[in-house]
Design a protein around this ligand. Structure first.
Ligand code: GLU
Length: 499
């Protein structure tokens, strides 16, 4: 039976979404397709506000922004806050600020002063009526259904599937609420039984799905067969539904995201097709990796690796352009040569290419980052060094910041030593180095040697013996090394400067 012709589907949709009056077509009229050239790419970065800004998030935003800008397209920021359990207060601000700090301001979406752009709201929790309109469409067309299965029932199903050696999950004849009469559903709704809304998957087991990924190339995956949850019991959409609705209305042409989403691709294609929308191109970015303790490669981990966090780079004081250059280099290794030839060119002049991506995930290599950083800092003039160091110190080293403020001109002068020449010094790799390199120029940091040892020869007789011995060994014919050796021996007897 073709479920889409069943009049009960329409009744069910009205019953589930009585307040939804807008259709998908109405929403399309409110958010019309973008008027861009055919070659322009629309990309986005879509972080969840968990409070932790992973360097991978900056990497993804950077790639997306470059792809959009080099094609005269649009790059926007969308806040994916539909998982309320993971959300942390202030996390949105962290995202906005980090993008701003790294020079990755979006063209649309959330910025420091609020949301900008014609496709607002760009924050998913403010888009619930939109998701409900799309869900209503699926239910009305027999492509989604409410499911009242309890957690216990789902575990029982899983256990049975496992014992029978069958594919686990909620699908086909295992899906308890997939083919249930309107009356039975209505009864549950009247009882206010909690429910989710699931996709009614049309996928068949053991069929293949092929995808040509922008970064990973040809992928062959099993077709989706699962009736995934699209709307949770709290009325919030899952990522699967939300990103499709948003990327459709916001006109995303290239979805660039982490490769942990590869396995969900068959589901996402099925959803795009259920709505009858053209599927955008997908590119799955492999994560930045490092060599773990066991010698194997592993993803930079939020829990174990400080360098996974954006804060690490800011605290160390790597200039943002250095981090950006480093990250582009991880994406396309030919960037390094381009950068050598174009040291001052804006990054958008470089043609980032999906074909050149490292498919298995680049290795994080801090010495390389240091090297890039050192070279960038060496090119700055003294005033620029001062301006950047003080911004850094105000955040991370208050004592140094106050010295820099008190001795602004003097500091600029000392930062100018051996700077601005063809072979400028390259001894600063990050702003946190500066204090160590230059601290002795400030009287406040001069540590007086301890007098305790000297005090042992304050005794007058001892002093005269000491001087007598010095006179004895002194020979004006000695060269400086011989003189020094004699002094060392003498001093050692008094436990002074033995080295
Ligand atoms: N909110 C998703 C995440 O943080 C974004 C994935 C995407 O870019 O589509 O993983």
């Amino acid at each position: 039976m073709n479920t889409s012709l069943d009049p009960n589907n329409k009744r069910l949709a009205d019953l589930l979404f009585p307040h939804v009056s807008k259709s998908i077509a109405d929403l399309r009229r409110m958010y019309p397709a973008r008027n861009l050239s055919e070659t322009a790419c629309v990309t986005r970065v879509a972080p969840s506000p968990t409070g932790f800004m992973h360097i991978g998030g900056i990497y993804m935003a950077l790639i997306s922004r470059m792809i959009a800008h080099q094609s005269r397209g649009v790059f926007f920021l969308r806040i994916e806050d539909t998982d309320k359990k993971r959300e942390v207060t202030g996390a949105k601000e962290v995202i906005v600020k980090s993008l701003e700090d790294f020079g990755l301001l979006p063209d649309e979406g959330l910025i420091a002063t609020g949301e900008v752009g014609a496709y607002a709201p760009y924050t998913q929790s403010a888009r619930l009526p939109i998701y409900h309109a799309f869900m209503k469409h699926l239910v009305a067309n027999g492509l989604a259904y409410p499911c009242f299965a309890t957690e216990d029932q789902i575990s029982t199903i899983r256990a049975k599937q496992e014992s029978e050696g069958l594919k686990p999950g909620y699908y086909g004849t295992w899906a308890l609420w997939r083919n249930v009469s309107f009356d039975k559903i209505e009864m549950e709704l009247q009882k206010k039984t909690p429910y989710v809304i699931r996709l009614k998957s049309s996928g068949k087991i053991d069929q293949e799905f092929k995808h040509n990924d922008l970064i990973k190339g040809e992928l062959v995956l099993p077709l989706n067969t699962q009736d995934f949850v699209l709307l949770k019991s709290d009325g919030l959409p899952t990522y699967h539904l939300a990103h499709i609705v948003d990327d459709y209305l916001m006109g995303t042409t290239h979805v660039i995201r982490g490769d942990e989403w590869v396995s969900s691709l068959p589901l996402h294609y099925e959803l795009w097709n259920s709505f009858g929308f053209p599927v955008p191109r997908y590119g799955h970015v492999p994560p930045i990796q490092k060599i773990g303790d066991s010698g194997g490669k592993r993803k930079l981990s939020k829990r174990h690796d400080p360098e996974a966090s954006v804060v690490y780079y800011q605290q160390t004081g790597y200039p943002e352009p250095a981090v950006i250059d480093y990250l582009i280099n991880l994406a396309n290794s030919n960037y390094e040569d381009w950068r050598k030839e174009n040291p001052y060119a804006p990054i958008d002049d470089f043609a980032l290419s999906f074909d050149r991506f490292n498919k298995s995930g680049p290795l994080f290599d801090e010495p390389k980052l240091k090297d890039i950083s050192r070279n960038i800092i060496a090119r700055l003039d003294a005033q620029a060094v001062y301006d950047r160091v003080i911004v850094w110190a105000k955040k991370f080293d208050a004592k140094f910041a106050s010295l820099l403020t008190r001795y602004a001109d003097y500091s600029t002068q000392i930062f100018g030593i051996e700077r601005g020449e063809a072979n400028a010094r390259k001894d600063i790799t990050s702003w946190s180095d500066v204090f160590n390199e230059f601290s002795y120029f400030f009287d406040e940091n001069f540590e007086k040697p301890s007098l305790s040892k000297m005090e042992s020869i304050l005794d007058k007789t001892e002093i005269s013996t000491f001087i007598g011995r010095y006179v004895d060994i002194y020979d004006s014919a000695d060269d400086k090394d011989t003189w020094m050796d004699k002094i060392r021996l003498l001093a050692a007897d008094y436990k002074l400067a033995p080295n």
